[in-house]
Design a protein around this ligand. Structure first.
Ligand code: ASP
Length: 468
């Protein structure tokens, strides 16, 4: 017999079916045994009646929660008074004829049917494969997939090309420390894991693709917080022959299509645009929440743009990356590859009025949180050199750090700009989750340990030796 998915049982009243899945709950009512069965499509109530099949009844007595089973039986309509409106299959019931145990299960270390939010994080992540069985996590991860497919579809319709870029690479500044990988072939030399695909996506513009996107993992060695690990996923995109407004309106279209496709609710058809100065005056921060109390309750998403940020700031003693990124006491606020606004290009080139130079950066905020950020980029050697000069780089240091970009820009680089959206953050906002970890299949603990596999771990003497 072919397997029937649980969601399809409602259309099979009177038929015999084969179900494969897990035992969600077992309840014994005297001689009757009730089983809630679960597969990827939903849950169904099954009843094991001794007189229908004595063997099945005996076997069902061995079943415990999370056992993996194959159940054959007949789909019966439930009498009106027994219909369960909260269950997708609440109009039917499976009368069990045969039970086969495909695998037993130990009692899980925690309840996998609750929302799980009060369970210790270390335990949840050690057994993440069980934690992911809970309905809330199944929903989050499935919604994540749906949202990604919708964004991807929207971008492909707009002529974007999905292109992957390397993970083993050279450092690119995004304001965090780099993760470093030693080279076995060239002892004493190192790769850096990408903080973002920033440079590669710009090189793809030089290569003539004009419209690129991908969903890259970005690795940043930052201080950990309860809601943040070292790794996150972006929707990263870049476009040629565009100005700020072009990128912003493209991103707006794509985000709107994605949000609506997964049943999200938007406050504004057109995202409001606020300058950094106005935002600071009005909200005291560059991230703000535009929702009413009512909208907060119903899960509305209030997106807005923030523009006209200062390009540079004085380095701070608390930001660890500042001491690597800046040599002059000035560092970039958002992105060293950005273009200043046209009116301030001259100041940048001459290194004048540094504190007053405005960048073309645009940040996307949503419900008080940062949901993305991007800019129009420097696309000529002079502009990128000037930015690094302001940050105190000597010609040799510029060469060492971004010489390859400057060279690429000398071969006909088109004007271009782009953005990166925090994909995990978008899912958290869509689902009303407080932490982005609730949107990732295998996030890291707050102490920097990986789910299930417990890295970082020691490596052997031999491996260490090989790596020099
Ligand atoms: N690299 C991004 C950009 O497109 C920003 C980021 O990764 O945070 O501007």
């Amino acid at each position: 017999m072919q397997r029937t998915l649980i969601k399809d049982t409602v259309g099979k009243i009177g038929e015999e079916v084969l179900i494969k899945g897990w035992v969600d709950i077992r309840r014994d009512h005297g001689k009757l045994i009730f089983l809630d069965l679960r597969d990827r499509s939903g849950k169904i109530q099954a009843v094991v009646i001794p007189s229908s099949s004595p063997e099945a009844h005996a076997k069902a007595g061995e079943l415990r929660p999370e056992f993996v089973v194959e159940i054959t039986g007949k789909i019966n309509a439930r009498p009106e008074r027994n219909v369960n409106k909260d269950l997708l299959t609440g109009t039917v019931e499976l009368e069990v004829m045969g039970v086969k145990i495909l695998n037993k299960a130990e009692t899980p270390p925690f309840d996998v049917t609750s929302d799980g939010l009060d369970i210790n994080e270390e335990v949840r992540l050690k057994y993440r494969y069980l934690d992911l069985r809970r309905p809330r996590m199944q929903d989050n991860i499935r919604l994540r997939s749906d949202y990604m497919q919708a964004l991807r579809g929207a971008l492909v319709k707009k002529d974007f090309v999905e292109i992957e870029t390397p993970i083993l690479s050279k450092a690119t500044m995004e304001g965090a420390r780099d993760f470093i990988v030693p080279s076995r072939f060239q002892p004493g030399k190192f790769y850096a894991l990408p903080q973002s695909p920033q440079q590669y996506k710009q090189l793809l513009m030089v290569a003539g693709f004009e419209r690129y996107f991908q969903f890259p993992h970005c690795l940043r060695d930052e201080d950990l917080r309860a809601d943040r690990g070292f790794e996150h996923t972006q929707l990263d995109l870049e476009m040629s022959f565009v100005n700020r407004e072009d990128v912003m309106s493209t991103v707006e279209d794509v985000v709107k299509e994605g949000v609506l496709a997964v049943g999200g609710k938007l406050k504004d058809e057109k995202f409001p645009v606020i300058t950094y100065k106005e935002a600071m005056e009005k909200y005291g921060a560059d991230k703000f929440d535009l929702r009413t109390e009512e909208e907060k309750k119903d899960g509305t998403l209030a997106f807005a743009w923030v523009t006209d940020f200062p390009f540079f700031r004085k380095t701070s003693t608390t930001e660890a990356s500042d001491k690597f990124d800046s040599k002059s006491g000035w560092t970039f606020t958002h992105n060293p590859f950005s273009m200043p606004i046209p009116e301030h290009l001259d100041w940048l080139i001459k290194g004048e009025n540094i504190d007053q130079i405005t960048t073309t950066q645009y940040d996307l905020v949503c419900n008080g949180l940062e949901a993305g950020g991007g800019s129009i980029r420097a696309h000529t050697p002079e502009i990128l050199r000037a930015t690094y000069k302001i940050m105190g780089y000597t010609d040799a240091q510029v060469e060492e750090s971004v010489g390859h970009m400057i060279e690429a820009f000398s071969f006909g680089a088109p004007p271009h700009g782009g953005i990166a959206l925090g994909l995990d953050r978008h899912i958290a906002l869509l689902k009303g989750e407080a932490s982005i970890k609730e949107t990732m299949a295998f996030p890291m603990t707050s102490t920097g340990r990986t789910s299930v596999m417990d890295a970082p771990a020691e490596i052997s003497e031999e491996q260490l030796k090989e790596l020099g």
